[in-house]
Design a protein around this ligand. Structure first.
Ligand SMILES: [Fe+2]
Length: 127
């Protein structure tokens, strides 16, 4: 089983270490609650503040969105579509939830491995 890194492991490090962790960490962005059986959009962005390199030998290859142990979706990244400069890679997912969500994003940098977001609880309400 590969190690899966998270920003929290590095947040007490130096500024350089925290920037390294920031540019690798997926961040989940969505509304704070969902409506049962209605489309619910979730964006995953790599790096809250710091852009990650997007070079042929160093880039992100995919972003996954998990609801607990269920893989909800996966976006494969075509690196060259985002140019050669550092970038915040993003992926959008559309869910139709039936129950509350416990979302985690996982993303893979070909040089620095697997990184996960914080788990995000999204309560569900009836319309
Ligand atoms: Fe990297």
């Amino acid at each position: 089983m590969p190690r899966v890194f998270s920003y929290q492991e590095f947040e007490t490090g130096s500024e350089k270490v925290r920037q390294y962790a920031d540019k690798h960490s997926p961040v989940i962005m969505c509304d704070s609650e969902a409506v049962r059986n209605m489309p619910f959009r979730v964006k995953v962005k790599i790096g809250k503040n710091v852009k990650h390199p997007n070079a042929p030998d160093h880039h992100y290859e995919y972003i996954q969105l998990w609801n607990l142990e269920t893989l909800v979706g996966e976006a494969k990244i075509q690196r060259s579509s985002f140019g050669d400069d550092p970038v915040h890679i993003e992926a959008d997912f559309l869910l139709i939830p039936k129950i509350s969500l416990r979302l985690t994003a996982v993303a893979y940098c070909n040089k620095h491995g697997l990184w996960r977001s914080e788990e995000l609880f999204v309560p569900i309400k009836d319309e």
